[in-house]
Design a protein around this ligand. Structure first.
Ligand code: AMP
Ligand code: ZN
Length: 479
């Protein structure tokens, strides 16, 4: 097995990964702000985190992973007030949509899902600890963090704060601050908006304190890994460090991992450019969950990922290739005996796969290892040189691969149905059905039963039932 190395934003270096407690990883992930549906950019980051946790699990680590739902935020509170509903009522729809999206993209549930609204007392206690150590000052009912008290501020993002003058406005907060860099831990209530009555006064928490309080409650003072998108490094994660380390005097997280942003057709995603997509937008266009998961995980997380529809189409064919090979392996009748060259290829592919992921989650290398093997495997099968003795190790490699990439198992149709996109029955025209049946017949004639079965399944997914009659002809009907 290869040494796992991860790029740590804190040191700016790729370092060997060792958790504090051998065999166990304490990881915190900044979750979505549930004021709208998550977009595919968010899912680039969530899938990177999922690949990370799945790979660590594959390597035998026990995960202790916390992910939060940011369900307190200025936009949420303002939107809820405008719609005259409670915060829970406003966010519930988006929280449920997020859980459904995660399931659809095979993003595993963390050990703890936590909501900011369930942890107001923990946030208040953390602010009180900071108050006692003079890290805070009050202004007009709000409480601010005094960055001048934390000289290491900026160590994560290496942000240069010298240009930010005291008194200059770097955000829209209307309150007086000692220094423009200072940020709100607790915000005074606004007219007509929700607030909590607490020991430190009435109001609502700032975004940054939410993550510090929840991470430390479930994982202790020092985490092994903290993750998020690159836009969170400053100021959000910098502020989390200032709060947590200010309160405890201990390092907050040993490794900080950040995913680069996703671009769409070379541009930043934005509603005004018309290139802003949620998962549902793509499924409505007929794309499959597995294609999206594959496309989002195929570029290593620290590289910019340019999302294109061409790329999504290619991802679909790549997944199809893997599934067909997996079926062939499952259903094929292979000659008895062994083929040492093939055994060596499987061992090499498995090692290259592990080496790729161990190298700061280089998914491109890991995928290339799989495709090299699929190509060799298919050639050997065509020539009758793939032997029975290699089936188990090949299947084990595919299974390990899928414990991380999670695209081979074919349940796209079921998932789409669960999201209400199952109305694909009747979508195929009679001509299309006939064409697929001809394809299936041709595959069966050349004894390519894997392809034949795939076509049958594709038809079944569209509600088409085949009846093979004794004379060899095929009849079909719609369900
Ligand atoms: P939010 O719901 O805005 O709090 O974001 C949830 C996660 O998505 C955070 O980790 C963000 O850094 C990440 N994120 C936001 N936009 C993008 C993008 N275009 N590409 C990749 N990750 C993003
Ligand atoms: Zn956070």
């Amino acid at each position: 097995m290869n040494e796992i190395r991860l790029h740590n934003t804190l040191s700016g270096k790729t370092e060997p990964f060792t958790p504090q407690t051998p065999g166990e990883v304490k990881m915190y992930t900044c979750g979505p702000t549930v004021y709208d549906y998550a977009h595919i950019g968010n899912f680039r980051t969530f899938i990177f985190q999922d690949i990370l946790r799945r790979f660590l699990k594959l390597r035998g680590f026990k995960m202790n992973h916390v992910m939060n739902l940011t369900d307190v935020d200025d936009r949420i509170i303002a939107n809820a007030a405008a719609q005259k509903v409670g915060i829970r009522e406003y966010t519930e729809k988006y929280a449920q949509a997020f859980f459904a999206d995660c399931k659809t993209l095979n993003v595993e549930a963390p050990e703890y899902w936590v909501r900011a609204t369930d942890h107001i007392p923990e946030m208040v206690q953390l602010i009180e600890r900071l108050q006692k150590k003079s890290f805070t000052y009050p202004t007009e009912g709000s409480i601010y963090y005094r960055i001048a008290k934390f000289p290491q501020y900026g160590k994560l993002s290496k942000v240069d704060l010298t240009g930010i003058q005291a008194g200059a406005r770097v955000d829209n907060d209307r309150y007086e601050k000692e220094s423009a860099r200072d940020f709100a831990l607790w915000k005074a209530p606004k007219e007509g908006e929700h607030f909590w009555e607490t020991e430190i006064g009435a109001g609502r928490p700032g975004w940054h304190i939410e993550c510090s309080a929840m991470a430390m409650k479930y994982l202790g003072d020092t985490l092994d890994i903290h993750t998020g998108g690159i836009d969170l490094a400053f100021p959000h994660h910098e502020n989390e460090i200032a709060q947590s380390e200010g309160a405890t005097g201990k390092p907050f997280s040993r490794y900080w991992l950040h995913a680069e942003h996703l671009l769409v057709e070379g541009e930043k995603m934005s509603k005004s450019l018309g290139n802003f997509y949620t998962l549902r937008d793509l499924f409505a266009k007929g794309y499959k969950p597995s294609s999206l998961r594959y496309a989002l995980s195929s570029v290593p997380y620290r590289g910019k990922l340019n999302f294109t529809f061409d790329g999504l189409q290619q991802a679909a064919s790549s997944v199809e290739r893997l599934r067909t090979f997996s079926d062939r392996l499952k259903q094929g009748k292979f000659p008895t005996g062994s083929n040492p060259a093939m055994a060596a290829s499987i061992a090499k592919a498995a090692n290259d796969f592990d080496a790729g992921l161990s190298d700061d989650l280089n998914t491109a290398v890991a995928l290339a290892a799989m495709y090299d093997f699929v190509r060799e495997g298919n050639i050997a099968m065509d020539k009758g040189e793939f032997k029975q003795d290699e089936v188990a190790s090949a299947q084990k490699f595919l299974a390990d691969f899928d414990r991380v990439f999670a695209v081979i198992q074919d349940d796209d149709a079921v998932k789409l149905k669960a999201l209400g996109f199952g109305a694909s029955e009747g979508e195929l025209s009679d001509e299309e059905v006939e064409k697929l049946i001809t394809e299936r017949n041709a595959a069966r004639a050349r004894r390519d039963f894997a392809t034949g079965d795939r076509v049958r399944k594709e038809l079944a997914d569209h509600g088409i039932i085949l009846e093979d009659s004794r004379d060899g002809s095929v009849r079909w009907k719609r369900k």
